[in-house]
Design a protein around this ligand. Sequence first.
Ligand code: HEC
Length: 137
Amino acid sequence: MERRVVFVAVLLLLTVAGAFGQEKTKKKGTSSSRETNSAKIDFAKEVFPIIRSNCLPCHLAENENPSGLALDNYETLMKGGEHGNTVVPGKPKESNLYLKLLPNPPFGKQMARNRKKLSEEEIMTIYKWIEQGAKEK
Ligand code: HEC
């Protein structure tokens, strides 16, 4: 009889321990889904569409724009404008492409000039893309 009581007690303990273990696994699951939010930003699918609808046609090579910054494609974007540091890979806070989207940029006006401002989400997409190394692919 004594033995049976001990056996049941041990069984109960194991069940409780098991439940705790599962709790921990669940929590891990949540944090990994948070990581998906900072997943790699794709230039062609995520960054360029923002540029196309907000920055063109002003910043097209054929439009002789005063900043010398053509945003026709990845190559011209990386070549940058006349102030330099348009994109400093890994350093969004030193990149004019990002700084010019904020109020009080280091020079000139906030982009997209007289048009509608970018949403916080669009600005963060550009920020993260630069932070991740500003790769074409
Ligand atoms: C209505 C036309 C227009 C639109 C739209 C526009 N820009 Fe500009 N951009 C300019 C002009 C004009 C300048 C030069 C004067 C200044 O810096 O404010 C400039 C300058 C810049 C510069 C500085 C380049 C350098 O090195 O001198 C950056 C970076 C820039 N724009 C990024 C953007 C981005 C990103 C967008 C889209 C979100 C955008 N612009 C939309 C007209 C425009």
